[in-house]
Design a protein around this ligand. Structure first.
Ligand SMILES: [Zn+2]
Length: 419
């Protein structure tokens, strides 16, 4: 057993010891003493066991990660939202480098709900058979987070020439709201490494661009009245037809639009607009007072959400007779991500992988917001997005271990440390 870890167990205070036990007790086979020698699989097992569905507080899983990484020389910062229930964790070791050298391993701690009846095992217990792990989040993305924690635990602060950091976010599955909140309270004078790997499941392809996801709401206001007295009312559903027509026009325009990075998106090389929800009206004999239309837009990596929002809002306002009766709101902006192909971390990773192709993906990640912190973000992680958000989420054990070895190698290259 490593001496520094022995000291850690001796100095741990009572509150910590309690949390530590709470983290360990979730699976009876592992005792506190095993903490020092946890394998990536052990860590994954602990993470899967904690239900961190986005609608819950992520405090339990954040506490568990803190325990797993708490040792001398490690600096942990919590970015907590107003409720105190949602935590982004920044855990750092090694020297602070003015040149922003080093590496950030980034992942989200939340998972989507696992309520589908098709689950063949408990989604919050790690199952293993036929060379695969099963459980909610094995691919998206507790598998990567477990590997990142393991790689972090394998390092000693005193041997690193550049810092290694873990950045673990809340509410990614709700449209990267955790990353967005972190950005809002970020102290710009703080120095962290630039190179960032976000472990979304990309089947171990390095991905430097993804689409964004904007969600917007249009509310049309009318005046309720008995349908027998139409002179007293104003129908809020009728002008919805014009709004829907304009959204359909925009959708067609998007479909024929090509941008500078369309070539990297094989199946859908254009922005996408989806009218997702509409509701209005109360009863069949009442003139409806309001109508609400919600839609989503997946912008290309080289498109600006702020510009798109302006254009869409303007077109919608101009499409109705009474713009005063329309409210247009942004529900959420999860920006696209686009990293320059010459960014050192991308070159280093693709070199290590022997990857020559540029791959774009159509799902969004925390990378859109984090790039605005000046981070150079690349998506790279084990597992495939096809099984994410689905019952019996699966990850190949082989791929998990392969990713682990590559990650240790990358940490050594970027931070100069060794296990
Ligand atoms: Zn994810």
């Amino acid at each position: 057993m490593d001496f520094s870890r022995t000291v850690f167990f001796l100095v741990v205070d009572m509150a910590k010891a309690y949390r530590l036990r709470a983290c360990s007790q979730r699976e009876g086979s592992v005792t506190i003493g095993d903490m020092a020698t946890l394998s990536p699989r052990d860590i994954l097992e602990r993470l899967i066991t904690i239900d961190s569905t986005s609608h819950r507080s992520n405090r339990p899983i954040a506490d568990c990660v803190r325990e797993l990484t708490d040792e001398p020389g490690v600096r942990t910062t919590e970015f907590v939202d107003e409720s105190g229930e949602k935590i982004n964790l920044l855990i750092e070791m090694g020297p602070v480098r003015e040149d922003r050298a080093g590496l950030i391993l980034c992942g989200h701690l939340d998972v989507v709900p696992a309520t589908e009846p098709e689950w063949q095992s408990n989604p919050f217990t790690l199952a293993e058979h036929d060379g695969h792990y099963y459980g909610r989040g094995v691919a998206d993305m507790k598998g990567f987070v477990a590997l990142a924690i393991h790689a972090f635990r394998s390092q000693r602060a005193s041997t690193l020439s550049a810092p290694l950091a873990l950045l673990l976010t809340a509410d990614e599955e709700l449209g990267s709201r955790g990353a967005q909140r972190m950005l809002e309270i970020w102290d710009p004078s703080r120095i962290i490494p630039k190179a960032t790997i976000i472990g979304e499941p990309t089947s171990l392809w390095a991905v430097r661009m993804h689409k964004g996801h904007l969600t917007m709401r249009v509310t049309l206001r009318g005046r309720a009245a008995h349908s027998g007295s139409p002179h007293l009312g104003l129908n809020a559903i009728e002008p919805a037809a014009a709004i829907l027509n304009t959204l359909a026009e925009l959708r067609y325009e998007y479909e024929s639009m090509r941008t500078g990075v369309s070539a990297f998106f094989n199946t859908v090389p254009h922005p996408v607009l989806n009218v997702a929800r509409i509701r209005g009206g109360e009863a069949l004999n009442v003139i409806p007072e309001s109508c609400v239309i919600e839609f989503g837009v997946r912008l290309m990596p080289d498109q600006s959400p702020e510009v798109a929002i302006e254009i869409i809002a303007d077109r919608l306002r101009r499409s109705v007779l009474d713009p005063g009766a329309v409210t247009i709101e942004l529900i959420n902006n999860n920006p696209p991500m686009l990293l320059d192909e010459n960014a050192p971390i991308y070159r280093s990773l693709t070199h290590q992988l022997g990857q020559y192709e540029t791959v774009g993906v159509s799902f969004a990640s925390d990378g859109g917001w984090l790039a605005r912190l000046g981070l150079e973000t690349v998506l790279w992680g084990p597992g495939t997005i096809e099984v994410a958000h689905r019952p019996n989420e699966v990850l190949s054990v082989d791929e998990f271990h392969r990713a682990g070895s590559m990650l240790e190698e990358l940490v050594a290259t970027q931070c100069g440390g060794g296990p």
